[in-house]
Design a protein around this ligand. Sequence first.
Ligand code: BES
Ligand code: MN
Ligand code: ZN
Length: 489
Amino acid sequence: MQNNITFENYKKDLSKHKTELLVCGLFEGEKVNSEIDELFHNALSKAIKIESFKGKYKKKITVYGDSLKRVVVIGLGKKNETSNLKFREIGAMISNYANQLSVKHISVESKSLHLNDNEFSKSLLEGIVLGNYEFLVYKTVDSKSHSLSKVTVVGECDKKNQTAAIAVSNSVNYARDLGNHPANILTPTYLANESKRISKAKNMKCTIFDVSKFEKMGLGSFYGVARGAKEPAKMIIVEYNGGSKNEKPIALVGKGLTFDTGGISLKPGARMDEMKFDMCGSATVMGVMNAVSILQPKINIVFAIGSTENMPGSDAQRPGDIVTAYNGKTIEVLNTDAEGRLVLADVLSYVDKNYTPKFMIDFATLTGAVLVALGHRATGLMGNDEKLISEIKKSSYATDEKVWELPLWPEYSKDIKGKYADIQNLGKAGAGTITAGAFLKEFVGDTPWCHLDIAGTAWGPKEPGYQPKVGATGVAVRLIYNLIQNRVG
Ligand code: BES
Ligand code: MN
Ligand code: ZN
């Protein structure tokens, strides 16, 4: 993985500590720590006075020393207006500043940055890791990789909280990496191999189903999409058993289209390159899988990914074809570019039938229409269960990963009734994001289920500051890990 930072803790005398950059925080109206000021021969208080530094949010002041080479005091703003979002942004500002100075090792001072306050420390550490991300794998010239590689937390910091924050944000970066690799490298086989690698961890078991088995298994809808591609499609199932034996699992399902040309209903050329990101739903699932493999929460989870290319090969399915999904429903394929729902139909019903999960959540770059509705700022949320919807909203507030609910009223299901088959893969009356959701609903039975349409949020957003400037965002990894933590308690 890219730009990995090693974290360590230091609880001894600050005067004996060596670092290239010591980072402190200051809320408006607070006084700078006199012990630290003395270590810099009161240069800090002098600088603060001369520059009339007041601790305004994101303002900073730097002075120089000896074994502590530099100290930067960062304004945290008004104490009563602070938030996790602000701390996460400060975290990203810290790693950006370190890289700007070409510094390898920084130390963050716990007391002034409130690192023993669980919520804020989590956000600040997340921000440091997330803000340090850049995808440079394929740059051979003009590339300067990030310098920051070690962070020392000076003083008290809740260890459990620290470990979780680092593992989860590294997993976000991992999901970003998966999203950013091009489709000639990141194939369904690549995702399958990565799942196998992660599953070597305790309590995990990985099963890969190859496209050659799909028809026999009854995955007719998924097979219809896969048959146009030379690159073999895979259904990936990872079972994680961290909870008690007879407890039902929760299920996380991802759309893993490693490239979506549209198939025979070919997409226009402009920006088609972005369709390498059509596997970002599976990247979210794998990001959570990675965090779970490290943190081993006490819960059972099924991770499931449907991965293929959508290609117009000579054996590709045609508009008008009728396929039979795993749950027996027949589907008229009116547009081969509405392929994500066809893949998810089979994976959702396979997971539902074989695992009877407590609930299922799927992640998919499913519709361009969600960009019309919500732009890059929020993920579209739909589902059949109020309780699960509100649980997701709660985690959304806690992690600042915005979701917005769209209705799945029964009327919308009328818009996907088929002419020659049970249903069709195209809506009849607008509401493209919702009719896609209504389509998926046909394949989840009575299981509580939610669908996150991440087509607007999986790549592109450049705000807040801890998002990368280009490429995949690793959306919803933090959100879902928060939901898991809330479940585990
Ligand atoms: N992967 C696309 C959705 C998409 C499009 C995501 C643009 C991000 C940006 C999906 O498979 C697709 O092509 N959906 C069609 C559905 C339509 C044919 C009903 C779409 O949104 O145009
Ligand atoms: Mn498509
Ligand atoms: Zn697609």
